[in-house]
Design a protein around this ligand. Structure first.
Ligand code: GAL
Length: 416
């Protein structure tokens, strides 16, 4: 090939990539994994596919929790040009499947016995009308605390196991001159803390009544008012610059010994690992005090969109690569989550990962494994966004706790 033709071809390839056209053996993947730890995890998938000769067209849309990614997706589907696969959470999968724009993965799922290996709590979201439409990649949980071990050692702090112990620990951290709670003021992050605070304040059954069953009595209860009061207490331990901060920058504050703890899902562990930190040596992971025994989960799945005959083969290979047992271990070790298959052993995971896997199984057995409201597994997006609005307005001092409770009942009712 002469130089000119080669240059022309290279230009065409670049043009196709930037216009979002996938060739037959390419996959275009829309996701919000843009932090260091997230990108490192996604790279495992990308490399596995490339080894199979499948090209990867990356379509990252920054924004933890995925709200912005879902906005971009709407534009792409409306424009008649859906990506091959899209990272998605819980009820959003069902909403997109109901529109009839997603692929049918049943043939592959049957060949690879997905029914037998994917936990039922995930299958409820991966299937629509009995049809597999998404490939689950992990199980995260949201009710974790990530703590700087050097600060805990320096102050002689034990891991708190109750709300009162937590407050005492935060007081000690603050008194020593550190930011007690590293937090990013974005609605989904406020709501992530709220998941844990609701469980801790009212117990697992209360969480279920309020956040899953959307029972107006639970939503409007004194217990809910107390949960909001506790959110206000947490707000008092956050630094002045928290507003709008990305979650991974908050994690970095704990990593860099500027802050004592972060309340965040276990994707935070991916940031510690990416920074070369070791669980039990550099950082501690423990359940949000008062939520031991309960797990609020979210699971990332890749929803396959209807891309026509041309793209189907590469799409099938992508789905198969995601469910591959070896990949599930390799990926989740880096991501901070645990595998979305019940038949892979967890002994390659680090201490936090093994604890997470064990607690997930225990919570499921006790009936205390619940979908995370903050991450789209409690209720559909309309309700989730209504909860976000109230939680964030209260966190920023717009409502007192009594008003927040009233607003919550009204907002949830209005969103259904
Ligand atoms: C969650 C998602 C995680 C994660 C986090 C922050 O919704 O499930 O995988 O990385 O957002 O971006």
């Amino acid at each position: 090939m002469n130089k000119q033709i080669r240059a022309l071809l290279a230009g065409t390839t670049m043009l196709m990539a930037s216009a979002g056209w996938a060739t037959a053996e390419d996959v275009e993947v829309l996701h919000w994994w843009t932090s260091g730890g997230e990108a490192a995890a996604l790279n495992v998938l990308k490399e596995n596919l490339e080894a199979e000769g499948i090209g990867w067209q990356d379509m990252p849309v920054a924004g933890g929790g995925g709200e912005q990614a879902m906005t971009v997706l709407r534009a792409r589907v409306t424009g008649g040009n859906p990506p091959t696969a899209v990272q998605m959470l819980g009820f959003d999968i069902q909403d997109w499947a109901a529109l009839g724009v997603v692929a049918d993965l049943n043939e592959l799922a049957a060949e690879e016995s997905w029914d037998a290996v994917v936990p039922a709590a995930l299958q409820d979201f991966s299937k629509f009308d009995g049809k597999w439409v998404a490939a689950p990649v992990n199980v995260h949980s949201t009710n974790w605390v990530w703590a700087n071990k050097a600060i805990f050692d320096e102050l002689g702090l034990a891991q708190p196991t109750s709300w009162d112990e937590l407050v005492a620990a935060l007081d000690a951290i603050e008194a020593a001159g550190y930011t007690a709670v590293a937090h990013g003021g974005q609605a989904w992050q406020d709501a992530t803390i709220f998941d844990a605070v609701v469980v801790s304040t009212g117990g697992p059954e209360f969480y279920k009544a309020a956040m899953i069953d959307l029972d107006p009595e639970a939503l409007g209860s004194d217990t809910m008012k107390e949960a909001f009061d506790r959110m206000a207490v947490i707000r008092s331990y956050v630094d002045d610059n928290f507003s709008g901060r990305d979650w991974n920058l908050a994690t970095a504050m704990v990593i860099n010994k500027e802050a004592g703890v972060q309340f965040m899902g276990d994707w935070a562990k991916g940031e510690f690992l990416n920074a070369g930190k070791v669980p039990g040596e550099d950082f501690l992971c423990f359940r949000f005090p008062g939520t031991q025994g309960t797990v609020t989960f979210n699971a990332d799945q890749f929803v396959m969109f209807e891309v026509g005959e041309e793209g189907r083969d590469a799409q099938k290979k992508l789905a198969s690569a995601i469910l591959d047992p070896g990949f599930q271990i390799a990926f989740n070790k880096v991501k901070g989550s645990v595998p979305a298959r019940t038949d892979v052993a967890g002994d390659e995971l680090d201490a936090c990962g093994q604890q997470g896997m064990m607690e997930l199984a225990e919570a499921a057995a006790a009936g205390h494994l619940y979908g995370s409201m903050a991450h789209g597994h409690g209720a559909p997006a309309a309700v989730k966004n209504a909860v976000y609005d109230v939680v964030t307005a209260h966190f920023n001092g717009e409502y007192d706790s009594a008003t927040a409770v009233e607003e919550l009942v009204a907002a949830v009712e209005g969103a259904q």
